[in-house]
Design a protein around this ligand. Structure first.
Ligand code: UD1
Ligand code: PEP
Length: 534
């Protein structure tokens, strides 16, 4: 049997702090049994009720009621608890269950929606917080699974990481002594970002171990650039049986020069973190000036680290072996989420406003869209809560789109963001003519976008990096299994919003890795999306 929660604009499943009026109760699974399942899974993760409550955005007493079977549960809340515990919870009939979405497509969206802070900024800031012996308070961090994974790793190392009762603020206090042997290798292996512990830890330890890094299924992503970047700090890494064995040979130098072999985002962050953790001055050349790197730099400046050249490809970082500051920081808004929401409006031919869009990191995307005939308005700029990032509101209007003359390809910032490139595939599918989309960065991301053909889009693979996309497509509903890659998964969901009739997207849990409440937020704009489990 299938349990279904229907979400429509009028009953969007506000995950209120103490969920009462639930949308649907699983009739076949008595609440007590569900409560016991949650208790078991929570205890298995070594979490207290209060810690689970923080992650879900509810109160400890609500978790207690849920575990006792005394609290009605919506499937949406169950999915959220599953996400917080990183585990499929409800297993009606035995097999572990995954979430799926049923989309009634072809509806226009309307209204306005604000962009959340970014996944990629958040993970860098969480790793950076390890450097600070004072208290770091990060405000409005997105409640996403990727953040939870890093929090799990930080907690396993002995850090105190707590969400405020309103779920708005994350407080991180690094321990006096890190418990490196107790690292949660399981959580660490599911995120590539754990690599960014290399930089901070190299400042504090002469030898340590880190589990291999994970991430989306996008093809091979080497760690070599990270090792090259950290060599000037004496960092040597031996990769063995799922672990990086790291040794740091200190040579007393107080000036270092690093030339990055790739202008990668996390490698730049690792180099900055290592430079911040070491006394003296480090010059980093071929640095990425991308949004998450800037976010990290703004936070480090608050910690007292001097960084010249923020937003450029040459950074001069003056580090300190002892950093102790109590700081509040508001991570900046996510250009990739902004692009996702803009795409929702574009492909459904809606008038939709996306507020709090970080314009510096969307300029090329907007210029490309303008070439494709998109009609849109951009508001005056206003500062983000961090006081540094420039924001705008962007309103897209229904437009007759055409293929651009030239291919669309990504470049390190200030080029078109590689994580925004997949959204251009569905946009190109709605445009008149043929567009060549070139993803030279990832060996295995373009292939996931072939799933759009299931909905009637004309997308063909020239080779693993190049897609020919012809339009305009008249999409119609279909059943698709979610690709194991975050952005392609969201692209398929957005295409389903545009496709006439009913679509089903199976196994959508990966979306929660990088987006907070995406389904609910699309529903609040007029989309019809049901969440269900088999
Ligand atoms: C947590 C985080 O912030 N993740 C982002 C970060 O990952 P991250 O910084 O980990 O990206 P990688 O280092 O894996 O780089 C992505 C791919 O691009 C290649 N490459 C990169 C730069 C370059 O100058 N030349 C080159 O060939 C790499 O070899 C790799 O195959 O950057 C990626 C590229 O913007 C984004 O997709 C990820 O969302
Ligand atoms: C590729 C991505 O992230 P990660 O580097 O975390 O795998 C992404 O955000 O699309």
């Amino acid at each position: 049997m299938t349990d279904t929660t229907t979400l429509t604009p009028s009953d969007s499943p506000a995950l209120d702090p103490t969920p009462t009026g639930s949308i649907a109760v699983t009739p076949s699974a008595p609440l007590r049994e569900v409560g016991a399942l949650i208790r078991g899974a929570r205890q298995g993760r070594g979490l207290t009720q209060a810690q689970l409550a923080e992650r879900v955005g509810t109160s400890q007493s609500a978790v207690n009621r849920i575990e006792q079977g005394g609290q009605n549960l919506s499937l949406e809340l169950l999915a959220r608890i599953s996400g917080a515990l990183d585990q499929q919870l409800v297993s009606i009939g035995g097999a572990p269950q995954r979430s799926h979405l049923r989309v009634q497509g072809g509806r226009k969206l309307s209204g306005s929606i604000a962009v959340n802070s970014s996944k990629n900024g958040a993970v860098a800031l969480l790793c950076a917080a390890l450097l600070n012996r004072g208290v770091t308070r990060l405000h409005k961090v997105a409640r996403i699974v990727e953040v939870d994974r890093i929090i799990d790793v930080l907690r396993s190392l002995g850090a105190s990481v707590t969400w405020s009762a309103d779920g708005e603020t994350l407080e991180i206090i690094a321990p006096a002594e890190l418990r490196l042997d107790a690292i949660d290798a399981d959580a660490a292996r599911r995120t590539r970002s754990v690599l960014m512990f290399l930089g901070p830890l190299s400042g504090r330890f002469d030898s340590f171990r880190l589990p291999y890094a994970g991430g989306c299924d996008l093809g091979t992503r080497t760690v070599e650039p990270h090792l090259i970047a950290l060599r000037p700090f004496g960092v040597g890494v031996d990769a063995q049986a799922g672990w990086y064995d790291v040794k740091v040979a200190r040579d007393g130098r107080t000036t270092r020069s690093i030339v990055l072999t790739e202008r990668g985002d996390t490698v730049t962050e690792n180099a900055i973190l290592a430079a911040a953790a070491h006394d003296g001055e480090t010059v980093i050349r071929n640095a990425s000036p991308n949004y998450m790197v800037q976010d990290l730099c703004f936070y480090l400046e608050l910690l007292g680290i001097r960084i010249e050249g923020i937003g450029t490809t040459t950074l001069r970082v003056t580090g300190q072996s002892e950093i102790r500051a109590d700081v509040d920081y508001w991570p900046s808004e996510d250009p990739v989420e902004a692009m996702s929401l803009l795409t929702a409006g574009i492909v459904t031919e809606s008038t939709l406003t996306v507020t709090h869009a970080p314009i510096e990191f969307l300029e090329i995307e907007l210029a490309t869209l303008a070439e494709m005939g998109l009609v849109f308005d951009v508001s005056e700029e206003y500062p983000a809560a961090n006081g540094r990032t420039r924001l705008v509101d962007i309103t897209v209007h229904p437009s007759k789109l055409r293929a651009p003359i030239d291919k669309i390809h990504a470049m390190p910032f200030p080029g078109l963001n590689i994580d925004n490139l997949p959204f251009f595939v569905i946009i190109a599918a709605m445009a008149e003519g043929t567009t060549l989309v070139h993803d030279w960065v990832y060996e295995g991301r373009a292939i996931h976008l072939l799933d759009l053909t299931r909905l009637g889009a004309s997308v063909t693979l020239r080779d693993p990096h190049r897609l020919d996309v012809s339009g305009p497509a008249h999409l119609s509903g279909a059943e698709v299994s979610c690709p194991p890659a975050l952005r392609p998964a969201v692209v398929i969901l957005l295409a389903m919003l545009a496709a006439k009739g009913e679509s089903v997207l199976r196994n959508v849990d990966i979306i929660a890795r990088g987006y907070e409440g995406l389904q609910e937020r699309l529903v609040s704009l007029g989309a019809s999306i049901d969440t269900f489990r088999d």
